[in-house]
Write a protein that binds this ligand. Sequence first.
Ligand code: GLY
Length: 370
Amino acid sequence: MKADLRTVTVPLGPRTYDVRIGPGLIDDAAAQVGPFVRRGRVLVVTEERVADLWLDRLRAGLGDIAAPALVLPPGEGTKSWDGLTRCVEWILDARPERADVVLALGGGVIGDLAGFAAASVLRGLGSIQVPTSLLAQVDSSVGGKTAINTRHGKNLVGAFHQPRLVLADTGTLTTLPDRDMRAGYGEVVKYGLLGDAAFFDWLETNAAGVLAGRADAVTRAVERSVAMKADIVGRDETEAGDRALLNLGHTFAHALEAATGYSDRLLHGEAVALGCALAFDLSARLGLCSQEDPSRVRAHLAALGLHRDLSDVPGRLPGPEGLVDLMGQDKKVRDGRLRFVLARGIGQAFVTSDVPHDAVLDVLRDSGAA
Ligand code: GLY
């Protein structure tokens, strides 16, 4: 393996797998994917924009391994019942056996959809994730969460289905639109904020290099993020406990995404960055961390042009009460109570349901909710 490639292992007993990180992995796909392939083929699920850029290259990398592909429309709308039907029927048309592998080539939408189809067909085909967005490389391709959206909300129908392998080819990020790179960074900074103050320090110096696509900085950021996620998922695969830490910023983020109709007005990673800023505001307001911590978070996000206040979201938003109502529709509600990930400082997050309603409303008001 080339020197600039890294491997992080997700430790899950018999379902342990590697996340391989670095440039050029797609070109090496036959060697990487080969050990998991039966019957000389993988079933590729991808979307139009990614297929134009990377499908031929993946097929060349796969060499003699056949790679029939389903190319779906891009965008969140594909992660739907219709998208799932198309994906499942296409896989069934290929007359699969349990040993077959579905390979998801794309961002979070394709990874979640193809992963869920793989979990469902014949009660579980193999799955390999080849994430091509920063968000998918650092978060959604790792840890086995798969899902589609329904009219009731985002990711409400799905399954835990761990992949056999994740190939995070950081070279694919060179063609990622700037806004998607920045949004994906929202998930990267989340890891520093939730559990690794030294990583946050490093990001304060190096994030501009990550966003500019500096290869060493990108690899380091993806590797550290994935290592933190692997450690947490290894301890708590199904979110009975610590895995909820990965939801730092997400209680706010999901309400804001619902309020903006899951549209281009606010991308998921942008909402997560904003949600992290609000989670630190709330922590400081409750006296859990010093006032300097939210100021530091906000300054970092501002320096990178990321969202940190409700006033950064274009168009009108519901008022504070409306946003809290939307939070109540989230999966993270337990026994009817909202759960937040708060922090005792940078890198010291914890999960709690013990948050006064008024404090949440005040934070939303201060951040620009009218
Ligand atoms: N994206 C949060 C998790 O995988 O648990």
